[in-house]
Design a protein around this ligand. Structure first.
Ligand SMILES: *Cc1c(COP(=O)(O)O)cnc(C)c1O
Length: 404
């Protein structure tokens, strides 16, 4: 192979103990996982409600398993339409666009809106890689505010504003195109994927309205979990389209299937449909997948017990962790399913994760540079499928390892 850098770079990664590798999962559910013939309690899944293991209704089996095309050719079926309609009604949005992955959905939003002349994107420092990649690849001025710092966000929104900011009117995006004015798009996540804390969405929404900016929220870790019916951040804070004009959510986490959606005004969705290369040039997910996802969404809404069980499990975990002496390990202020246990040094985080695996707990260590130096951690995720005794056993093992 002519490209000698391939092996060199991989070798270097290996030397640093940073080589990434898939783990081949033999059996999976949100409580247990079988890897290399060994069964573990699973504390690494984003399947927060256990919905990935729902049985498939017989009535869906006959549906096509491939869509045969991109959505604008022949890939968009009656089942995709039904899914869009259900989401629009539930979320009280005018229109919805479906995409194959959350990564593409964020890239679509950022690159399409970011290509508007005079666009400034202001995103939370901890925003997902897809938001950063999309923002940097666009023509927009791209800035990041300190994590959850509304005042810093405001400062960045107003900095170097040479001409007055025009209303980024997502009701009339089409008319905005080509105008040489300034627009501001503020981007955050409802629940942060590595820290598990929530963004101050109502405060950011108010800030955007005062400054004629548009707010975009990535609800990947909130959709399905937040709100009485699991409709996510919009239900939790009762945010209509006018207060949260650009909403993105995924089906691969709490909903238990895969794919993503963007919801907002008819004009926003029509605009993305017409100008997003991520949407236009990619094969739609299958009619089977669309119908299956709708089935999961309905089950998610109906099964309030799953959200209640998850909340109970989070409380059990936090109570148990409180019995570990401060200084040994610490938690971040999270009340969601994502519970980071801060270890502090990369080698130690890896050692703790390895020892936990040896005792039957599948836990992932997240190290720098994914998270800031000194905050190397275990990223523990809790689900509705765990029993309280699973969680007590995990915390006892963490305690035993960290006090040894
Ligand atoms: C997982 C995730 C995505 C990407 O969604 P996929 O459907 O997995 O591509 C986007 N944003 C956040 C915050 C995520 O956690």
């Amino acid at each position: 192979m002519a490209f000698s850098f391939l092996k060199d770079a991989l070798h270097q990664r290996q030397q640093q103990g940073l080589l990434r590798q898939e783990q081949c999962v033999e059996r999976y559910d949100a409580q247990h996982i079988v890897i290399g013939g060994k069964r573990y309690l699973n504390f690494s899944s984003n399947d927060y409600l256990g919905l990935a293991s729902l049985p498939t209704p017989d009535a869906l089996h006959h549906l096509p398993k491939g869509s045969g095309g991109s959505p604008l050719v022949t890939g968009f079926s009656y089942h995709h339409q039904a899914l869009c309609d259900y989401l629009a009604t539930s979320l009280k949005r005018e229109a919805v666009l479906l995409l194959g992955a959350g990564f593409s959905a964020n890239k679509a939003i950022m690159s399409v809106l970011g290509s508007q002349k005079g666009m400034r994107i202001v995103a939370d420092k901890l925003a997902h890689a897809s938001i950063i990649d999309g923002g940097l690849a666009s023509d927009a001025t791209f800035k990041r505010f300190r994590h959850n710092d509304v005042a810093h966000c405001e400062k960045l929104m107003q900095a170097e504003n040479t001409s007055p900011s025009a209303v980024l009117d997502t009701e009339k995006v089409e008319e905005n195109r080509g105008n040489r004015t300034n627009y501001t798009l503020v981007v955050t996540e409802s629940v942060f994927s590595m820290d598990g804390d929530k963004a101050p969405v109502p405060a950011l929404s108010a800030l955007c309205q005062e400054n004629q900016a548009a707010l975009c929220v990535d609800d990947a870790h909130g959709f399905g979990v937040l709100g009485q019916q699991g409709f996510g951040v919009t239900e939790l804070h009762d945010l209509p389209q006018s207060n949260l004009p650009i909403l993105m959510g995924t089906f691969g986490k709490a909903i238990g299937t895969g794919g993503a959606f963007i919801a907002g005004s008819q004009a926003l969705i029509d605009y993305l449909r017409n100008f997003s290369r991520d949407y236009i040039y990619s094969t739609a997910f299958s009619p089977f997948h669309a119908a299956l996802t709708l089935h999961h969404l309905k089950q998610c809404r109906q099964d309030a017990w799953r959200r209640e069980k998850l909340a109970e499990n989070i409380a059990v975990f936090k109570n148990e962790m409180a019995t570990i002496h401060a200084g040994q390990v610490s938690l971040l202020p999270s009340d969601t399913a994502i519970q980071p246990v801060i270890i502090g040094e990369p080698e130690k985080a890896l050692t703790v994760a390895t020892l936990l695996r040896e005792s039957g707990f599948w836990v992932t260590a997240i190290r720098q540079p994914t998270v800031p130096k000194g905050t190397d951690r275990l990223r523990i995720t809790l689900t509705a499928s765990h029993q309280a005794s699973d969680i007590v056993a995990l915390v006892n093992q963490i305690k035993a390892i960290c006090t040894a």
